[in-house]
Design a protein around this ligand. Sequence first.
Ligand code: AMP
Length: 251
Amino acid sequence: MKILVAVKRVVDYAVKIRVKPDKTGVDTNVKMSMNPFCEIALEEALRIKESGNASEVVVVSMGDKQCVETLRTGLAMGADRGIYVSVEQQPLYPLSVSKLLKAIVAIENPGLLLLGKQAIDDDCNQTGQMVAGLLGWPQGTFASKVALDKQKRTAIVEREVDGGLETLCLDLPAVITSDLRLNQPRYATLPNIMKAKSKVIKTFKPSELNVEIKSDLEPVQVTEPPKRKAGVLVSSVDELIDKLENEAHVL
Ligand code: AMP
């Protein structure tokens, strides 16, 4: 069984986000990395392969040509091959990504499609759900544990939900999106970074996949969150309770 993992290039989680002066988006002229939830999804795919339940892990990324670097990172972590879909129109919204993923699935025919639960740049948390809908595949979102049964062709997915854990049994092929606690992704070692340079990355244009990139939404403006007010020192418990009651209105 083949596993396809969608990995997105985003502003590195440690970078302080700056809104562009014209408020059309955030400054992306900064350190970029693989979306942390995608790293977790890829780690899970590699573990499934290492346990003998998959034969190949393929990483796919869509966007400008820098996405190839993100794919190389995925190949250095241990993925076997990469697929790059070159898209110039930015931003690329989840519905377009989902249509492109559906087209790649038709070519690659994977038994499992793994994604991050959300991209930390747009925080959409939509792509996994949309692509599952387009494919008509079962979905296990926010997975905190995944176990495959090769014989029965099922995946048991544990999800952290309000007030407890939900366990789902999905027939394969299926879509699974990774939550933070699913695993701890590995670092790429130097020999694997070298090996990754010779792994194959195939490139497609959306037109070759018969997908038209268009959007029915337009961001009006992006603004920074309001600055936090400085804290105050209170001299007594009574004063604290008074402030909580009358200023913060939390009591
Ligand atoms: P989102 O719905 O935008 O929060 O993204 C959820 C997940 O969809 C990400 O963690 C990726 O696995 C996948 N994804 C979204 N955009 C892209 C992209 N441009 N290239 C590859 N994967 C993507």
